[in-house]
Every structure is written in C-alpha cells, then in structure tokens.
Design a protein around this ligand. Structure first.
Ligand SMILES: [Zn+2]
Length: 143
C-alpha cells in the first residue's frame, strides 16, 4: 500500500492534480451525465465526456504553470458567485433575517410621509408623535 502511494505521489509529482477548476469541470461533467440520462441527447453526452476527458487531461498535465494560471483565472472569474454561495455568507443572511423578524415584533417600522425615510418606534405605546430623523417632520403614528 505504501509502495503504491509512493508510486502515485511520484506519478503526480510535477503534474497539476486536482484544483478548483478541475473539480468544477468534473462537477459539470457529472451534471451533463445526469442530463444525458434525462434527455438521452447525444450532444449532452458528448459534452459530459468532453468535460470528463478535459478534467482528467488537466490532472495529468505537466504544464503546471499554464494550468495554475487557468485555475487563477477561474477563481477570479467566479469570486463573486463563490462569495454569494459561501456557506458563511448564507448563514449571515439567515441571522440578519432572524434579527429583522425579531425587530419587527418589537418595533413598528414605517416611513416618513415627507421624505420616505425608514423609521421605527417601539410597539404598544398607542398614538405617539414621531419626529423624522432625516427631515425633522413631525407626525402622529399609532404603534
Ligand atoms: Zn422625513
């Protein structure tokens, strides 16, 4: 087993191996494989095989510099998308939504009739006089 791993390591030395772009292309080929099963389309199947072949070819490619710059290009191109689907970012959004929901329970949120500035006041006080924080307009609001 160790001998096998040693030989594998030697084989992969100086080759690209699996990087982000490689993983993405492998993932794409998987998607196209599934699509092939649904559509039975030869073209979709060819794309799937091409993606798979390309990702395998990249893995074994010895032009590491070129593959590296391709991967960097891929990473910069997809930075925004990857950020959007970043699990930490999604968790933050959920936390913010939860916070907003709890705020809505405790505070009445309304807009200034004059400048449309978003305002809030604690609920359950009945009719209160509100002064807009932006334009200083005063109005009566039931909260
Ligand atoms: Zn205002």
């Amino acid at each position: 087993m160790n001998n096998f791993r040693y030989r594998m390591a030697q084989f992969f030395a100086g080759r690209t191996g699996v990087d982000s772009l490689g993983r993405f292309i492998t993932f794409l080929s998987l998607i196209f494989m599934i699509l092939t099963m649904i559509t039975h389309s030869n073209i979709v199947y060819l794309i799937a095989v091409a993606c798979l072949a390309y990702s395998i070819w990249r893995m074994f490619s010895k032009n590491y510099q070129k593959r590296y710059s391709e991967n960097q290009w891929f990473l910069t191109k997809t930075a925004k998308i990857r950020y959007k689907f970043n699990p930490r970012d999604i968790r933050n959004k959920i936390e913010r939504a939860k916070y907003n929901a709890s705020q809505r329970k405790m505070y009445a949120i309304f807009k200034c009739p004059n400048c449309k500035q978003k305002l809030r006041a604690p609920r359950g006080r009945g009719k209160i006089q509100v002064t807009c924080s932006k334009c200083r307009t005063q109005f009566i609001k039931k909260v």
